[in-house]
Design a protein. Sequence first.
Length: 149
Amino acid sequence: MKHLLNNISKEEKENILKQHSGGMKVMSENFNRLMGAKHGNAKPLVNEQVRSADAEFYSDNSHSRAENGLVYLKNGDKDEVSDLLSNLPSDTTYIALLDCERADFRDIDLKDFKSLAFINLKGTPNNLLKTNGSSFEDNGGSFYVPKDM
């Protein structure tokens, strides 16, 4: 590259240098902020936001969501589970009750939910097969599917 510059006039070299005068500015504020953070005090680059129409949060790290045929509850106590099960939308397709205290299906006839295709009760003690065993079967541990599928 250096030998290419040797073949041009001094005037052309000065024109090129004028175009590139002023130097280069490097923005290092964010880098300095990240470098100054202590271990365990890193700030997330992207924050998750939950839209209130999509989810309802409970205390004690439990949360619930019922949308588009999906009913989901994690870390719910037995009252939250009972409330959720007693208010199941008629178009429920999937139910996931994960790591909840107890799921009591005694007062629910799941045959009434024609779209229901899958129930996940991982980590949740339940009486699903005792109360609705004629309609559902165990599909590996805590996963249940309708018998006619």
